[in-house]
Design a protein around this ligand. Structure first.
Ligand SMILES: Cc1cc2nc3c(=O)[nH]c(=O)nc-3n(C[C@H](O)[C@H](O)[C@H](O)COP(=O)(O)OP(=O)(O)OC[C@H]3O[C@@H](n4cnc5c(N)ncnc54)[C@H](O)[C@@H]3O)c2cc1C
Length: 285
């Protein structure tokens, strides 16, 4: 289908971009890689009167790593994350998850900011942001603010962003040495959106007892979410067979899937537990 008519601007500064968004009263939209927005426009799900292209804005394309964590500029692409060798140590869970995003061509264009702001419940990046307690820095006409991931994702394709706000960066807290992690997802074909996906990490002590467990699920229910009961089952355990089975059962019981054209609710519930079991086994090595 052809796109509906729209105006186009490619501002050179963030201030200008925010002013353009603000001047259109919610009718303008930022354009990042276009990998979600263009199909949405083609299907008339979105009909913005103005596209504000972010590609000329400075400083949105860098991956910065320091003792406080990893800061991903909003225009960092999936390919940039895959190619950055520093992330194998600085955030291996991020790299493991992003390896599942879409196909080669889409990974060359799709961005961190586009995915986080699009907020598809099955997308990997919002799931990682939530699981890892990320912070989003956004700028609007009132200036900058920082939104915690837990407050950012409100529902399917819905975030706490105001219409005049642009996401600048996503900050993932530092990844300590010795942390164990796993990422597992199931899709019909590699690169498709996940039917369900699980991200997990925990910090074991010298005796192997886990603490600080974080479990996030994508593709199951209205939005990406943490699974507190599964986390509680992991904390204080040594992740033996019995503990893994208990955590997996907790995860299956905790999700609230619905039937859709891809899978039944019962299937997704079972899949969630199976994926957590696999993720924990891979985390334990
Ligand atoms: C065939 C196909 C398969 C895919 N499979 C997957 C998959 O398996 N997993 C996955 O996670 N994704 C998948 N995607 C989506 C892909 O990862 C996109 O890259 C992602 O949705 C973000 O798109 P984008 O950067 O191109 O953003 P755009 O499409 O340009 O924008 C998406 C939305 O975010 C807004 N936006 C963008 N940047 C900002 C910003 N900085 N501040 C405020 N608002 C902003 C836009 O206005 C728009 O509403 C797939 C896409 C396709 C076409």
């Amino acid at each position: 289908m052809k796109l509906p008519p729209f105006e186009y601007a490619a501002p050179a500064t963030l201030k200008e971009a925010v002013a353009l968004l603000a001047s259109h009263g919610g009718e303008a939209k930022p354009l990042a890689g276009g990998q979600s927005l263009m199909p949405m426009m083609a299907f008339r799900i979105a009909q913005p009167s103005l596209l504000v292209d972010l590609r000329k804005l400075p400083d949105l394309k860098s991956i910065a790593i320091d003792k406080d964590g990893v800061r991903l500029g909003a225009m960092v692409r999936w390919r940039d994350i895959q190619d950055d060798k520093r992330l194998a140590q600085a955030h291996p869970l991020l790299q493991a998850a992003i390896a599942h995003v879409a196909h080669y061509q889409i990974r060359n264009r799709g961005t961190v900011g586009g995915s986080v702001c699009h907020a598809d419940p099955a997308a990997e990046m919002p799931g990682i942001a939530l699981t890892c307690d990320a912070e989003m820095t956004v700028m609007g006409k009132g200036g900058q603010r920082v939104i915690k991931a837990a407050d950012f994702f409100l529902g399917a394709l819905t975030t706490a962003l105001q219409p005049d706000e642009i996401l600048i960066e996503v900050k993932l807290p530092a990844w300590p040495a010795g942390r164990r992690f796993g990422f597992q997802e199931f899709a019909r074909r590699r690169g498709d959106f996940a039917m369900a996906g699980i991200a997990v990490f925990y910090d074991p002590d010298a005796g192997g007892t886990a603490s600080n467990a974080h479990v996030g699920v994508i593709g199951v229910g209205e939005k990406q979410r943490r699974l507190g009961k599964a986390e509680a089952a992991i904390n204080g355990s040594t992740l033996d067979e019995a503990a893994i089975a208990k955590a997996s059962a907790a995860a299956s019981a905790e999700v609230e899937p619905q039937d859709d054209i891809h899978a039944s609710a019962a299937y997704r519930r079972a899949l969630t537990g199976t994926l957590l079991e696999r993720a924990l086994k891979s985390a334990a090595g």
